[in-house]
Design a protein around this ligand. Structure first.
Ligand code: FEO
Length: 407
């Protein structure tokens, strides 16, 4: 079906976004089994305004939709709630089509757009609480940073009681009817989106929800997926609950020992390190597992829940193994910053690449302690004792960190 429709949100506000039902992966890494939409809204006020644009390849469709409602040259303001290119991608073309338009966004948004566009543009930087008159309508801007970039704001349209939130409260779910009360069940997509995109920023989710709590909202106009006009509160509350649960993590007393092992040499080391940690304190928990064959989503869940991470790898062909690189790829400096970290493993003729585990963990902003424990080929009694002592040292450090947090 050709995507030509515009939708009425209120008599003066229309959805002019686009459907991308066949998208199978977003931002390279996120599966989108329900496709997605890139939502943009046209506000037909005395001074015409657009809230966000859409991903660049959809420019022709987007322009056609806008032309159904207005002459794009008459648009005076383009509100940019967030500058990730799935929302700002059509801004260069839009500024050509609306040459008198002023781009409105946070200071960060304007800085990011300068780099994205490579040219100067007319802009207005807004801060939390700033208002912008559109003549017969008023926009109020709400600082909502890190949802999910530092640039993000929400925009409140007072007269229509619409809150434009871009990524927040959205989800990757494509359905042409677009409203929460007509698209069917999208709860799976909503929770998955929250977990992948917003969960690392849960404390900012909680702050943003507090800021909007007293607004008399008619509908939340999201940047992806259904417009929330019937059950918007359900999705705000669910976001708050998911964020609160995420903030309970990590468990400071839990250490994850994640390893791979070809001949059980690295596995034996893991077991002795675990013994050492348990000996360091009865209150310490060890979550130890071999990553081979374990889905990365499961590995990520266990990383998220742990207050400390120790990574183990053998060396094969002078390199650590793929599963360990994948572990580093799913670690997140925003979520995992400051966690205690360590490394271990068995090598053969070259120990050179063992250092890369420390380098990766430090680059990911974890707190790498000591220097790790590495053994040539098979760990015998002395080497296993070294692993035990390393585990004890690691456990003692965990207890010190826990005492600092408690104090
Ligand atoms: Fe939908 Fe963070 O962009």
């Amino acid at each position: 079906m050709e995507d030509k429709q515009v939708l009425t949100v209120t008599p003066d506000v229309h959805w002019v976004g686009v459907l991308d039902p066949d998208l199978i992966r977003f931002d390279v890494v996120m599966e989108t089994k329900f496709g997605t939409t890139y939502n943009s809204y046209f506000i037909d006020a005395d001074k015409k305004a657009l809230v966000d644009t859409v991903k660049e390849p959809f420019w022709p469709v987007f322009l056609e939709k806008l032309k159904q409602l207005t002459d794009p040259a008459e648009i005076q303001y383009i509100i940019v709630n967030h500058t990730e290119p799935d929302h700002s991608g059509c801004l260069p073309q839009m500024l050509k089509a609306a040459p008198n338009a002023t781009v409105v966004g946070s200071g960060n948004a304007v800085r990011y757009l300068r780099d994205q566009l490579g040219v100067e543009f007319s802009h207005l930087i807004v801060k939390d609480g700033d208002k912008l008159s559109l003549g017969n309508k008023t926009l109020t801007f709400i600082g909502a940073p890190n949802l999910h970039w530092p640039d993000t704001i929400f925009t409140w349209l007072e007269e229509d009681k619409l809150l434009f939130t871009c990524d927040a409260f959205g989800c990757h779910f494509s359905h042409p009817v677009m409203f929460d009360d007509t698209v069917g069940d999208f709860s799976e997509a909503f929770t998955f989106y929250f977990n992948v995109i917003l969960k690392p920023y849960s404390k900012f989710v909680v702050k943003a929800i507090a800021k909007i709590a007293s607004l008399p909202v008619y509908a939340i106009c999201t940047g992806h997926g259904p417009i929330l006009r019937k059950d918007w509160k359900k999705y705000v509350d669910l976001s708050g609950q998911l964020a609160a649960a995420a903030l309970e993590l990590p468990k400071k007393n839990r250490v994850l020992i994640a390893y791979v092992s070809a001949y059980r040499n690295t596995a034996s080391m893991a077991e002795r390190i675990a013994d050492g940690i348990r000996e360091a304190g009865a209150g310490l928990e060890v979550d130890m597992f071999d990553m081979e064959g374990v889905p990365m989503a499961e590995v990520e869940r266990r990383v998220e829940e742990a207050g400390a991470v120790i990574v183990g790898s053998p060396i094969i062909n002078q390199n650590i193994l793929l599963q360990v690189y994948q572990l580093f790829a799913i670690m997140n400096p925003i979520r995992d910053r400051g966690k205690l970290a360590g490394a271990f493993g068995s090598y053969g003729w070259s120990a050179e690449f063992m250092k890369s585990m420390e380098t990766n963990l430090l680059n990911l902003k974890l707190n790498f302690i000591d220097k790790g424990v590495f053994v040539r080929f098979t760990p015998h009694e002395n080497e296993l004792r070294e692993c035990l002592l390393y585990g004890q040292l690691f456990g003692e450090k965990m207890l010190e960190e826990m005492a600092k947090c408690a104090g």
